[in-house]
Design a protein around this ligand. Structure first.
Ligand code: AMP
Ligand code: GLY
Length: 425
Protein backbone atom coordinates (compact mmCIF):
# COMPACT_ATOMS: atom_id res chain seq x y z
CA UNK A 1 0.00 0.00 0.00
CA UNK A 2 1.18 3.53 -0.75
CA UNK A 3 0.78 6.02 2.11
CA UNK A 4 0.70 9.82 2.07
CA UNK A 5 1.78 11.58 5.28
CA UNK A 6 0.83 15.24 5.70
CA UNK A 7 2.94 17.52 7.89
CA UNK A 8 6.51 18.65 8.47
CA UNK A 9 7.32 18.52 12.19
CA UNK A 10 9.08 16.17 14.59
CA UNK A 11 5.77 14.39 15.11
CA UNK A 12 5.61 13.62 11.39
CA UNK A 13 9.25 12.46 11.33
CA UNK A 14 8.36 9.95 14.05
CA UNK A 15 5.21 8.90 12.15
CA UNK A 16 7.24 8.48 8.94
CA UNK A 17 9.95 6.46 10.72
CA UNK A 18 7.34 4.09 12.15
CA UNK A 19 5.12 3.92 9.05
CA UNK A 20 8.16 3.04 6.93
CA UNK A 21 8.55 -0.05 9.18
CA UNK A 22 4.94 -1.13 8.63
CA UNK A 23 4.46 -4.40 6.77
CA UNK A 24 1.64 -2.64 4.87
CA UNK A 25 3.81 0.18 3.55
CA UNK A 26 5.06 -0.16 -0.01
CA UNK A 27 5.90 3.47 -0.61
CA UNK A 28 5.60 6.50 1.64
CA UNK A 29 5.05 10.02 0.31
CA UNK A 30 5.16 13.18 2.38
CA UNK A 31 3.76 16.68 1.90
CA UNK A 32 5.70 18.76 2.56
CA UNK A 33 8.00 16.75 4.89
CA UNK A 34 11.43 17.84 6.12
CA UNK A 35 14.99 16.53 5.65
CA UNK A 36 14.53 13.86 8.35
CA UNK A 37 11.22 12.65 6.94
CA UNK A 38 12.84 12.54 3.48
CA UNK A 39 15.01 9.64 4.72
CA UNK A 40 11.84 7.52 4.79
CA UNK A 41 9.46 9.18 2.33
CA UNK A 42 9.37 10.86 -1.06
CA UNK A 43 8.55 14.56 -0.66
CA UNK A 44 5.79 15.96 -2.88
CA UNK A 45 4.91 19.58 -3.45
CA UNK A 46 1.20 19.61 -2.61
CA UNK A 47 -0.84 22.53 -1.32
CA UNK A 48 -2.86 20.74 1.36
CA UNK A 49 -5.47 23.51 1.39
CA UNK A 50 -6.23 22.52 -2.23
CA UNK A 51 -8.28 19.41 -1.49
CA UNK A 52 -8.88 18.60 -5.17
CA UNK A 53 -5.10 18.54 -5.76
CA UNK A 54 -4.59 16.16 -2.81
CA UNK A 55 -7.36 13.87 -4.09
CA UNK A 56 -5.89 13.90 -7.62
CA UNK A 57 -2.45 12.97 -6.22
CA UNK A 58 -3.99 10.09 -4.23
CA UNK A 59 -5.69 8.77 -7.33
CA UNK A 60 -2.58 9.02 -9.52
CA UNK A 61 -0.30 7.39 -6.93
CA UNK A 62 -2.93 4.85 -5.76
CA UNK A 63 -2.65 6.02 -2.14
CA UNK A 64 -4.23 3.49 0.22
CA UNK A 65 -4.02 5.65 3.35
CA UNK A 66 -3.56 9.34 4.07
CA UNK A 67 -2.23 10.18 7.53
CA UNK A 68 -2.84 13.79 8.59
CA UNK A 69 -0.39 14.93 11.29
CA UNK A 70 -1.32 18.53 12.26
CA UNK A 71 -4.63 20.05 13.31
CA UNK A 72 -4.97 22.81 10.70
CA UNK A 73 -5.85 20.55 7.72
CA UNK A 74 -8.27 18.59 9.95
CA UNK A 75 -10.08 21.72 11.12
CA UNK A 76 -10.07 22.76 7.45
CA UNK A 77 -12.00 19.59 6.48
CA UNK A 78 -9.33 17.75 4.49
CA UNK A 79 -10.38 14.39 5.97
CA UNK A 80 -13.99 14.99 4.81
CA UNK A 81 -12.90 15.78 1.27
CA UNK A 82 -10.74 12.63 1.12
CA UNK A 83 -13.47 10.39 2.57
CA UNK A 84 -15.93 11.84 0.10
CA UNK A 85 -13.54 10.80 -2.68
CA UNK A 86 -13.28 7.29 -1.13
CA UNK A 87 -9.66 7.73 0.02
CA UNK A 88 -8.95 6.07 3.40
CA UNK A 89 -7.78 8.72 5.85
CA UNK A 90 -6.52 8.74 9.43
CA UNK A 91 -7.92 11.84 11.10
CA UNK A 92 -11.31 13.21 12.14
CA UNK A 93 -13.90 15.10 10.11
CA UNK A 94 -14.18 18.86 10.34
CA UNK A 95 -17.23 18.49 12.59
CA UNK A 96 -15.44 16.14 15.01
CA UNK A 97 -12.22 18.19 14.90
CA UNK A 98 -14.17 20.99 16.62
CA UNK A 99 -13.00 19.20 19.77
CA UNK A 100 -9.73 21.03 19.15
CA UNK A 101 -11.03 23.85 16.94
CA UNK A 102 -13.51 25.25 19.47
CA UNK A 103 -13.05 25.26 23.25
CA UNK A 104 -16.74 26.19 23.66
CA UNK A 105 -17.84 23.21 21.54
CA UNK A 106 -15.83 20.86 23.77
CA UNK A 107 -17.09 22.36 27.02
CA UNK A 108 -20.72 22.09 25.85
CA UNK A 109 -20.12 18.48 24.79
CA UNK A 110 -18.64 17.69 28.22
CA UNK A 111 -21.71 19.24 29.85
CA UNK A 112 -24.10 17.17 27.68
CA UNK A 113 -22.16 13.94 28.29
CA UNK A 114 -21.44 14.48 32.01
CA UNK A 115 -17.65 14.45 31.48
CA UNK A 116 -15.53 15.68 34.42
CA UNK A 117 -14.09 19.10 33.54
CA UNK A 118 -13.90 22.57 35.11
CA UNK A 119 -17.04 24.72 35.35
CA UNK A 120 -17.24 27.29 32.54
CA UNK A 121 -19.10 30.06 30.75
CA UNK A 122 -19.00 30.87 27.03
CA UNK A 123 -18.78 34.60 26.41
CA UNK A 124 -19.05 36.62 23.20
CA UNK A 125 -18.12 40.14 24.31
CA UNK A 126 -15.76 41.94 26.65
CA UNK A 127 -18.67 42.92 28.93
CA UNK A 128 -19.84 39.29 29.23
CA UNK A 129 -16.25 38.17 29.82
CA UNK A 130 -15.65 40.71 32.59
CA UNK A 131 -18.94 39.78 34.25
CA UNK A 132 -18.03 36.07 34.11
CA UNK A 133 -14.60 36.52 35.70
CA UNK A 134 -16.16 38.62 38.45
CA UNK A 135 -18.48 35.68 39.19
CA UNK A 136 -15.68 33.07 39.11
CA UNK A 137 -13.13 35.13 41.08
CA UNK A 138 -9.34 34.54 40.84
CA UNK A 139 -7.59 32.30 40.02
CA UNK A 140 -9.49 31.77 36.79
CA UNK A 141 -8.67 30.62 33.24
CA UNK A 142 -9.55 32.54 30.06
CA UNK A 143 -9.41 30.83 26.67
CA UNK A 144 -9.88 32.19 23.15
CA UNK A 145 -12.39 29.83 21.52
CA UNK A 146 -10.51 28.91 18.33
CA UNK A 147 -7.03 27.75 17.26
CA UNK A 148 -4.47 30.22 18.59
CA UNK A 149 -1.21 28.27 18.19
CA UNK A 150 -1.19 27.42 21.90
CA UNK A 151 -1.19 31.11 22.90
CA UNK A 152 -4.92 31.60 23.48
CA UNK A 153 -5.01 30.43 27.13
CA UNK A 154 -4.32 32.62 30.17
CA UNK A 155 -4.19 31.11 33.63
CA UNK A 156 -4.87 34.30 35.62
CA UNK A 157 -3.86 34.32 39.26
CA UNK A 158 -5.41 37.77 39.83
CA UNK A 159 -8.58 39.47 38.60
CA UNK A 160 -6.61 42.23 36.88
CA UNK A 161 -4.66 39.62 34.85
CA UNK A 162 -7.97 38.00 33.97
CA UNK A 163 -9.47 41.30 32.89
CA UNK A 164 -6.45 42.04 30.70
CA UNK A 165 -6.78 38.61 29.07
CA UNK A 166 -10.47 39.19 28.32
CA UNK A 167 -9.72 42.63 26.82
CA UNK A 168 -6.88 41.16 24.73
CA UNK A 169 -9.18 38.55 23.21
CA UNK A 170 -12.00 40.97 22.38
CA UNK A 171 -9.52 43.58 21.08
CA UNK A 172 -8.84 41.10 18.31
CA UNK A 173 -5.43 39.72 19.34
CA UNK A 174 -6.39 36.25 18.05
CA UNK A 175 -8.49 37.37 15.09
CA UNK A 176 -11.45 35.11 14.34
CA UNK A 177 -10.21 32.58 16.95
CA UNK A 178 -11.06 35.18 19.59
CA UNK A 179 -14.56 36.10 18.42
CA UNK A 180 -15.71 34.04 21.38
CA UNK A 181 -14.06 32.94 24.62
CA UNK A 182 -14.45 30.50 27.49
CA UNK A 183 -14.05 31.52 31.11
CA UNK A 184 -13.18 28.46 33.13
CA UNK A 185 -12.72 27.28 36.67
CA UNK A 186 -9.06 26.93 37.71
CA UNK A 187 -8.14 23.28 38.29
CA UNK A 188 -5.31 22.24 40.57
CA UNK A 189 -3.12 19.16 40.14
CA UNK A 190 -0.45 17.61 37.94
CA UNK A 191 -0.98 17.54 34.18
CA UNK A 192 -0.63 14.46 32.01
CA UNK A 193 -1.49 13.64 28.42
CA UNK A 194 -3.37 10.54 27.40
CA UNK A 195 -4.03 9.27 23.90
CA UNK A 196 -6.70 6.90 22.59
CA UNK A 197 -7.43 5.60 19.10
CA UNK A 198 -10.97 5.32 17.81
CA UNK A 199 -12.74 4.49 14.56
CA UNK A 200 -15.86 6.30 15.74
CA UNK A 201 -17.21 3.32 17.72
CA UNK A 202 -14.44 1.15 19.16
CA UNK A 203 -12.03 2.90 21.53
CA UNK A 204 -8.58 1.56 22.45
CA UNK A 205 -6.08 3.15 24.82
CA UNK A 206 -2.85 4.20 23.13
CA UNK A 207 -0.32 5.62 25.60
CA UNK A 208 0.41 8.41 28.05
CA UNK A 209 3.09 11.08 28.12
CA UNK A 210 4.07 14.21 29.96
CA UNK A 211 5.07 17.35 28.09
CA UNK A 212 7.09 20.36 29.32
CA UNK A 213 5.38 23.46 27.97
CA UNK A 214 7.44 26.29 29.44
CA UNK A 215 10.60 27.33 27.64
CA UNK A 216 12.88 27.37 30.70
CA UNK A 217 14.24 24.93 33.27
CA UNK A 218 12.02 24.47 36.31
CA UNK A 219 8.93 25.23 34.17
CA UNK A 220 9.67 28.94 33.89
CA UNK A 221 9.24 31.47 31.07
CA UNK A 222 6.68 31.61 28.28
CA UNK A 223 4.64 28.70 26.95
CA UNK A 224 5.86 26.84 23.88
CA UNK A 225 4.62 23.99 21.70
CA UNK A 226 6.53 21.67 24.07
CA UNK A 227 10.22 21.52 25.03
CA UNK A 228 10.43 17.81 25.76
CA UNK A 229 8.40 14.82 26.87
CA UNK A 230 8.61 11.34 28.26
CA UNK A 231 6.39 8.28 28.07
CA UNK A 232 4.68 6.66 29.89
CA UNK A 233 3.50 9.27 32.41
CA UNK A 234 3.51 6.92 35.39
CA UNK A 235 1.61 9.52 37.44
CA UNK A 236 -1.36 8.40 35.33
CA UNK A 237 -1.68 5.03 37.05
CA UNK A 238 -3.55 2.15 35.37
CA UNK A 239 -6.55 2.98 37.61
CA UNK A 240 -6.56 6.66 36.62
CA UNK A 241 -6.09 5.72 32.98
CA UNK A 242 -9.11 3.38 33.15
CA UNK A 243 -11.10 6.20 34.74
CA UNK A 244 -10.09 8.67 31.99
CA UNK A 245 -11.08 6.11 29.38
CA UNK A 246 -14.49 5.25 30.84
CA UNK A 247 -15.50 8.69 32.15
CA UNK A 248 -14.03 10.91 29.44
CA UNK A 249 -13.08 9.16 26.18
CA UNK A 250 -15.93 6.66 25.86
CA UNK A 251 -18.74 9.19 26.56
CA UNK A 252 -17.09 11.65 24.11
CA UNK A 253 -16.94 9.08 21.31
CA UNK A 254 -20.49 7.85 22.03
CA UNK A 255 -21.95 11.36 22.16
CA UNK A 256 -20.26 12.42 18.93
CA UNK A 257 -21.46 9.24 17.18
CA UNK A 258 -25.03 9.69 18.50
CA UNK A 259 -25.04 13.26 17.29
CA UNK A 260 -24.01 12.32 13.75
CA UNK A 261 -20.34 13.36 13.86
CA UNK A 262 -18.41 10.15 14.60
CA UNK A 263 -14.77 10.78 15.56
CA UNK A 264 -12.17 8.76 13.69
CA UNK A 265 -8.49 9.15 14.55
CA UNK A 266 -6.52 9.82 17.71
CA UNK A 267 -7.96 11.66 20.70
CA UNK A 268 -5.36 13.59 22.69
CA UNK A 269 -6.56 14.40 26.20
CA UNK A 270 -4.92 17.10 28.29
CA UNK A 271 -5.75 15.95 31.81
CA UNK A 272 -5.49 17.58 35.20
CA UNK A 273 -5.06 14.92 37.87
CA UNK A 274 -7.03 16.57 40.65
CA UNK A 275 -7.79 15.32 44.15
CA UNK A 276 -11.17 14.12 42.82
CA UNK A 277 -9.72 12.27 39.81
CA UNK A 278 -8.77 13.12 36.21
CA UNK A 279 -10.53 16.15 34.73
CA UNK A 280 -10.39 17.14 31.07
CA UNK A 281 -8.47 20.37 30.38
CA UNK A 282 -8.62 20.14 26.62
CA UNK A 283 -8.90 17.85 23.64
CA UNK A 284 -6.65 17.86 20.61
CA UNK A 285 -7.62 16.00 17.45
CA UNK A 286 -4.11 14.75 16.55
CA UNK A 287 -0.98 13.27 18.11
CA UNK A 288 0.98 15.61 20.39
CA UNK A 289 4.31 17.01 19.32
CA UNK A 290 6.72 15.95 20.93
CA UNK A 291 4.52 13.37 22.76
CA UNK A 292 4.17 11.36 19.54
CA UNK A 293 7.93 10.88 19.27
CA UNK A 294 8.25 9.24 22.70
CA UNK A 295 5.10 7.12 22.35
CA UNK A 296 6.04 5.77 18.92
CA UNK A 297 9.49 4.81 20.16
CA UNK A 298 7.72 2.52 22.68
CA UNK A 299 5.14 1.18 20.21
CA UNK A 300 5.68 -2.48 19.34
CA UNK A 301 2.61 -2.88 17.11
CA UNK A 302 2.47 -2.10 13.40
CA UNK A 303 1.49 1.60 13.18
CA UNK A 304 0.23 1.29 9.59
CA UNK A 305 -2.20 -1.46 10.62
CA UNK A 306 -3.52 0.58 13.55
CA UNK A 307 -4.05 3.77 11.56
CA UNK A 308 -5.63 1.92 8.62
CA UNK A 309 -8.00 0.08 11.01
CA UNK A 310 -9.13 3.47 12.41
CA UNK A 311 -9.66 4.77 8.88
CA UNK A 312 -11.59 1.66 7.81
CA UNK A 313 -13.77 1.43 10.89
CA UNK A 314 -12.49 -1.98 12.02
CA UNK A 315 -10.42 -1.15 15.07
CA UNK A 316 -12.37 -3.77 17.04
CA UNK A 317 -11.09 -6.52 14.75
CA UNK A 318 -7.37 -6.04 15.34
CA UNK A 319 -5.03 -6.52 18.26
CA UNK A 320 -4.84 -3.57 20.69
CA UNK A 321 -1.63 -1.50 20.54
CA UNK A 322 1.32 -3.03 22.43
CA UNK A 323 4.07 -0.93 24.02
CA UNK A 324 7.47 -1.64 25.51
CA UNK A 325 7.75 -1.15 29.29
CA UNK A 326 10.79 1.06 28.70
CA UNK A 327 10.65 4.78 29.34
CA UNK A 328 11.39 7.02 26.39
CA UNK A 329 12.38 10.65 26.70
CA UNK A 330 12.86 13.39 24.13
CA UNK A 331 14.66 16.71 24.46
CA UNK A 332 13.66 19.48 22.06
CA UNK A 333 16.56 21.50 20.69
CA UNK A 334 15.18 24.88 19.68
CA UNK A 335 16.65 27.82 17.78
CA UNK A 336 17.89 30.69 19.96
CA UNK A 337 15.09 33.21 20.43
CA UNK A 338 12.29 30.59 20.45
CA UNK A 339 9.36 30.96 21.14
CA UNK A 340 9.28 34.67 20.19
CA UNK A 341 11.84 35.19 17.42
CA UNK A 342 13.74 32.00 16.58
CA UNK A 343 16.94 32.55 14.61
CA UNK A 344 16.79 30.75 11.28
CA UNK A 345 19.73 29.38 9.35
CA UNK A 346 21.97 28.16 12.20
CA UNK A 347 24.17 25.25 11.12
CA UNK A 348 23.54 21.79 12.63
CA UNK A 349 26.28 19.16 12.61
CA UNK A 350 27.11 15.78 14.16
CA UNK A 351 23.64 14.26 14.21
CA UNK A 352 25.35 11.00 13.25
CA UNK A 353 27.51 11.24 16.41
CA UNK A 354 24.35 11.71 18.49
CA UNK A 355 22.73 8.68 16.88
CA UNK A 356 25.88 6.62 17.41
CA UNK A 357 25.07 6.81 21.15
CA UNK A 358 21.87 4.80 20.42
CA UNK A 359 19.51 7.80 20.46
CA UNK A 360 17.22 8.76 17.59
CA UNK A 361 17.20 12.35 16.36
CA UNK A 362 13.89 13.42 14.84
CA UNK A 363 13.91 16.50 12.66
CA UNK A 364 11.34 19.24 13.25
CA UNK A 365 12.27 22.67 11.81
CA UNK A 366 15.27 21.80 9.65
CA UNK A 367 16.16 22.48 6.04
CA UNK A 368 19.05 21.77 3.71
CA UNK A 369 20.59 24.95 2.32
CA UNK A 370 23.61 24.70 0.01
CA UNK A 371 24.08 21.10 1.04
CA UNK A 372 24.17 21.91 4.75
CA UNK A 373 21.60 21.11 7.43
CA UNK A 374 20.31 24.29 9.08
CA UNK A 375 17.61 25.41 11.51
CA UNK A 376 14.41 26.42 9.78
CA UNK A 377 11.90 26.87 12.58
CA UNK A 378 11.44 27.32 16.33
CA UNK A 379 11.69 23.72 17.45
CA UNK A 380 14.47 22.15 15.42
CA UNK A 381 15.43 18.66 16.65
CA UNK A 382 13.94 16.08 19.03
CA UNK A 383 16.70 14.00 20.58
CA UNK A 384 15.02 10.82 21.78
CA UNK A 385 16.33 7.95 23.89
CA UNK A 386 14.95 4.90 25.66
CA UNK A 387 15.97 3.01 28.79
CA UNK A 388 14.56 0.94 31.62
CA UNK A 389 14.22 4.00 33.87
CA UNK A 390 13.45 7.66 33.23
CA UNK A 391 16.71 8.74 34.90
CA UNK A 392 18.67 6.58 32.48
CA UNK A 393 16.61 7.69 29.46
CA UNK A 394 17.29 11.29 30.51
CA UNK A 395 21.02 10.62 30.81
CA UNK A 396 21.12 8.98 27.37
CA UNK A 397 19.10 11.75 25.70
CA UNK A 398 21.41 14.45 27.09
CA UNK A 399 24.53 12.50 26.12
CA UNK A 400 23.19 12.55 22.55
CA UNK A 401 22.25 16.25 22.81
CA UNK A 402 25.80 17.02 23.88
CA UNK A 403 27.18 15.24 20.83
CA UNK A 404 25.31 17.61 18.50
CA UNK A 405 26.95 20.77 17.23
CA UNK A 406 24.20 23.43 16.98
CA UNK A 407 25.70 26.70 18.26
CA UNK A 408 22.55 28.74 17.52
CA UNK A 409 20.32 26.38 19.50
CA UNK A 410 19.39 25.63 23.10
CA UNK A 411 17.39 23.12 25.12
CA UNK A 412 16.02 22.62 28.60
CA UNK A 413 18.34 20.55 30.81
CA UNK A 414 15.64 19.11 33.08
CA UNK A 415 13.23 17.18 30.87
CA UNK A 416 11.60 14.45 32.95
CA UNK A 417 12.39 16.12 36.29
CA UNK A 418 9.10 15.25 38.01
CA UNK A 419 9.42 11.58 37.18
CA UNK A 420 13.15 11.45 37.95
CA UNK A 421 12.38 12.90 41.40
CA UNK A 422 9.62 10.32 41.97
CA UNK A 423 11.91 7.52 40.82
CA UNK A 424 14.54 8.61 43.35
CA UNK A 425 12.04 9.02 46.20
P1 AMP B 1 -4.84 24.36 26.76
O1 AMP B 1 -4.38 25.12 25.53
O2 AMP B 1 -6.32 24.31 26.95
O3 AMP B 1 -4.11 23.07 26.94
O4 AMP B 1 -4.27 25.19 28.00
C1 AMP B 1 -2.90 25.48 28.11
C2 AMP B 1 -2.45 25.23 29.52
O5 AMP B 1 -3.19 26.08 30.41
C3 AMP B 1 -2.72 23.82 30.03
O6 AMP B 1 -1.73 22.95 29.66
C4 AMP B 1 -2.75 24.07 31.52
O7 AMP B 1 -1.44 24.17 32.03
C5 AMP B 1 -3.41 25.40 31.63
N1 AMP B 1 -4.86 25.27 31.88
C6 AMP B 1 -5.84 25.20 30.95
N2 AMP B 1 -7.04 25.09 31.54
C7 AMP B 1 -6.82 25.07 32.87
C8 AMP B 1 -7.67 24.99 34.03
N3 AMP B 1 -9.00 24.91 33.92
N4 AMP B 1 -7.08 25.03 35.24
C9 AMP B 1 -5.73 25.15 35.37
N5 AMP B 1 -4.89 25.24 34.32
C10 AMP B 1 -5.42 25.21 33.09
N1 GLY C 1 2.90 19.24 22.92
C1 GLY C 1 1.58 19.73 22.96
C2 GLY C 1 0.83 19.64 21.72
O1 GLY C 1 1.17 18.95 20.79
O2 GLY C 1 -0.23 20.28 21.64
Amino acid sequence: MNILLIGSGGREHALAWKLAQSRLCTKLFTAPGNPGIAEHAEPVALDVTDHEAVIAFCETQRIGLVVIGPEAPLVDGLADSLRHACVAVFGPSQAAAQLEGSKGFTKDLCARAGIPTGGYERVTSEAEGLAAIARFGAPVVIKADGLAAGKGVTVAMTLSEAEAAVRDIFDGRFGAAGAEAVVEEFLEGEEASFFALTDGHTVVPFASAQDHKRVGDGDTGPNTGGMGAYSPARVLTPELEAEALSRIVVPTVQTLANEGMPYSGVLFLGLMLTSTGPQLIEYNCRFGDPECQVMLMRLESDLGELLLACAENRLGAIEVPRFSDDTTLTVVMAANGYPDTPVKGGAIRRIDAAEATGAKVFHAGTAIVDGELVANGGRVLNVTARAASVAQAQERAYAAVDAIDFPDGFCRRDIGWREVARERA
